[in-house]
Design a protein. Structure first.
Length: 201
C-alpha cells in the first residue's frame, strides 16, 4: 500500500529586506545553501531557480533547507507577485520536481576549496579557521532565520570580509547587523579583528 503523501504547506515570511520574501514549506528542499544570483547560473544548476527566473519580476533565488528566498525587481509590488509565486512553488514541490541539480554540492565544495586554498595556510591560517568557525556557529543560524546566508571570505590586516546572500544581500539592515552584532562578537573573541566588511554574494 502506497504511503499517503502529506500535502505541501507553504507560507511566506517577511525578511529584513523589503525586496526579498521567504517562502517556507513543510518539506526539505535542499540540505545546504544554494544561491542563484543570475539566470545563467540557475540554468546550469537548478531547474527550480531557472524556472523562477522566467518570471519577469524575479531578480534572485536562494534555496536553503525548507525555504526559498526570492528577491524581486524594485518596480513590482509583493501584493501583485506573491500569489503567483506561491502557487508556482507549491505546485513544483507537490510534483516532486528537481530543486537543485545533482552534483551541485560537490561542484560548490570543490570551488570553495580552490577559492580558499590560500586562506588556511601560513600564520593567518589558524585565525581564519577560528573566525570562520565562529561565523558558522553563532551568526549563520540567526541569518538563516531571516532567509539569508553569510559566508566567511577572508581576513587580512585586521579586516574580516564576509559574503552576504539571500535576503541579506542588499538589505538595509544588514549593515547594522554586521557592525553591531558580528563585528562586536568577533572583536571580543578574536582581538586581532579590527573591522568587518561585506561583499554581496
Amino acid at each position: 500500500m502506497e504511503a499517503v503523501k502529506s500535502p505541501v504547506m507553504l507560507y511566506t515570511e517577511q525578511t529584513p529586506n523589503p525586496e526579498t520574501l521567504k517562502f517556507v514549506t513543510n518539506k526539505m528542499l535542499y540540505r545546504g545553501t544554494a544561491d542563484f544570483k543570475e539566470a545563467s547560473f540557475a540554468d546550469e544548476w537548478s531547474e527550480l531557480a531557472s524556472a523562477l527566473y522566467k518570471f519577469p519580476y524575479v531578480r534572485g533565488v536562494y534555496i536553503c533547507n525548507n525555504f526559498v528566498t526570492i528577491t524581486k525587481e524594485f518596480n513590482y509590488a509583493w501584493e501583485d507577485v506573491m500569489l503567483p509565486l506561491k502557487e508556482f512553488l507549491k505546485a513544483w514541490v507537490t510534483e516532486d520536481k528537481t530543486i537543485v541539480n545533482e552534483g551541485f554540492e560537490e561542484a560548490m565544495a570543490q570551488k570553495d576549496i580552490e577559492d580558499n586554498q590560500h586562506i588556511y595556510e601560513g600564520e593567518d591560517g589558524e585565525l581564519n579557521k577560528k573566525i570562520r568557525d565562529l561565523i558558522d556557529t553563532y551568526v549563520k543560524p540567526a541569518v538563516e532565520m531571516d532567509g539569508g546566508n553569510i559566508e566567511f571570505k577572508s581576513f587580512h590586516n585586521g579586516v574580516v570580509t564576509v559574503i552576504l546572500q539571500g535576503s541579506c544581500s542588499g538589505c538595509p539592515s544588514s549593515t547594522v547587523t554586521l557592525k553591531s552584532g558580528i563585528e562586536g562578537m568577533l572583536k571580543r573573541m578574536v582581538p586581532e579583528v579590527t573591522d568587518v566588511v561585506s561583499e554581496m554574494g
